[in-house]
Design a protein around this ligand. Structure first.
Ligand code: GLN
Length: 474
């Protein structure tokens, strides 16, 4: 077995005992990349082997020993372009590191490369990348999910030890589910967004994508915390998220929302039943729950996120950022703006900007954006009352396993529906994790656990208990 197929924490143990050298891990990683990347296409840019090795040697005394991590290409890095998989930003080179990247470097990680995504993180399949689609390592005819599809595929193919993604409505969890890895969206405000190219600022969070739950906790430890550059990041007492791993969850009350499972059939339904059985074996009590406003979650999310996107993306005007057309149809500034934007943005991004601009426009604001905000409050209240009687909530991450490339591109609604179980926790700002939950139709199928805000420790402890139990059984 190559070293890069081992989780980070095992590698750190081996390094600690001086049984291996970081150089060997890096060599194995590049070997796998050389074999698989041509087909998978997880990366938009990749660090040259020699450079990474030097950097790795330099950091070998730090806690993470110079081991490399992959970063989604909408997170700013001073030594790599940050393209957001958009033609518009294809040559954009930030002059600073995002706070999460800075924190990872301080902990002693190197940056392996920048991973592919749906343009500006808008999508559920990585097919909206302006450059190329990424393929699912479990079946190259299928999508890896999105928008953090490159990060998920890289980890699943062992082309990365672990990665960072961003999640606005499911973009860490859904690709984690499709690729059979672990992905966590933290509580809104736990992790700094400084340096993350904004999609929908009231929803965006950066989080870890890893091979297992312990790695997820390890990475979370490194990126959390108040950052004066992000006014929505919160001061929280320092926690070690690995500490509760391995503790029992006996007596936990586990909620299963009836709205999330009512329409499941076939193998997906059988899977959920098997998860419930496992949680019972772990000594928890299963409680049937109702989250009655779930049916409004998709329209609410697409109104709120598109409205915020239309405001955030206004800065890409060919002047302050992004490529400018040099041959606009007339000499006016308006023509330069609008033709630069027309050529720079892809179709899905334009669709969101149009929906959002409409929802925010005078005369329509109350009927669309205002109403969506009120429904968002109701969705949040559903969770508030649920967490009065349960510790965690269980559901599938997405209704189906990975679909085929091209299958949903011409049907945006079908595409949006793959987010049905992930957007409610996003709208409520709650932490949620996707962990491998077995297979459906021969493909990975993720189990989502949602917890109350700032209950990441409980979330990870539950996910770990499930993961260990499943490992024992197989
Ligand atoms: N798939 C969702 C969307 O297209 C979520 C994206 C995300 O979380 N960045 O908006």
């Amino acid at each position: 077995m190559r070293l890069n197929a081992k989780p980070l924490h095992e590698l750190l143990d081996l390094l600690e005992r001086k049984e291996i050298h970081p150089r060997e891990v890096v060599a194995d990683l590049y070997r796998t990349i050389a074999e698989r990347e041509k087909q998978i296409r997880a990366y938009i840019s990749l660090a040259p082997h020699e450079e990474l090795l030097q950097e790795c040697e330099r950091l070998s005394e730090k806690p993470l020993r110079g081991l490399p991590i992959a970063i989604k290409d909408n997170i700013s890095t001073r030594d790599f372009k940050t393209t957001c998989a958009s033609r518009f930003l294809k040559d954009f080179q930030p002059i600073f590191d995002a706070t999460v990247v800075q924190r990872l470097r301080e902990a002693g990680t190197t940056i392996l490369g920048k991973t592919n995504l749906d343009e500006f993180a808008m999508g559920s399949s990585a097919e909206n990348s302006a450059f190329f689609p990424t393929r699912n390592p479990h079946d190259p005819e299928r999508v890896p999910g999105g928008s953090s599809g490159g990060s998920a595929a890289a980890v699943a193919a062992h082309e990365a030890l672990c990665a960072l993604g961003s999640d606005t409505g499911g973009s860490i969890r859904q690709p984690a589910s499709f690729c059979g890895i672990v992905g966590l969206k933290p509580t809104y405000g736990l992790v700094s967004r400084y340096g993350l190219v904004a999609f929908a600022s009231s929803l965006d969070q950066i989080g870890p994508m890893t091979q297992d739950v312990r790695d997820c906790a390890l990475l979370l430890n490194m990126i959390v915390g108040r950052d004066s550059h992000d006014s929505t990041s919160l001061e929280r007492p320092c926690a070690d998220y690995t500490q509760e791993l391995g503790q029992e969850i006996t007596g936990f009350r586990v909620g299963v929302p009836k709205e999330y499972i009512a329409d499941l059939s076939g193998q997906a339904k059988t899977r959920v039943e098997s998860w419930v059985k496992t949680f019972r074996e772990l000594g928890t009590e299963i409680v049937e729950l109702s989250l009655p406003h779930t049916k409004y979650a998709i329209p609410t999310y697409y109104l709120v996120s598109s409205s915020e996107a239309s405001a955030n993306l206004a800065r890409f005007d060919g002047v302050r950022y992004t490529q400018r057309v040099s041959d606009a149809s007339d000499a006016s500034v308006e023509a330069m703006f609008s033709e630069s934007r027309d050529q720079g943005f892809g179709p899905e991004v334009k669709r969101r900007i149009m929906i959002g601009t409409y929802a925010l426009s005078a005369g329509y604001y109350e009927a669309w954006y205002g109403k969506a905000q009120r429904v968002r409050a109701l969705i949040r209240q559903d969770f508030e009352s649920a967490f009065k009687s349960v510790d965690i909530i269980l559901s599938p991450t997405s209704p189906t396993p990975a679909f085929k490339l091209g299958e949903r591109v011409s049907d945006p609604l079908a595409m949006y529906l793959s987010d049905i179980f992930t957007v409610p926790a996003s709208l409520a700002g709650l932490p949620a994790i996707s962990i491998p939950g077995g297979r459906v139709d021969g493909l990975p199928f993720g189990l989502q656990i949602i917890a109350d805000k700032f209950c990441e420790a409980k979330l990870l402890r539950s996910a770990y208990a499930f993961e260990q139990m499943v490992r024992r059984e197989t």
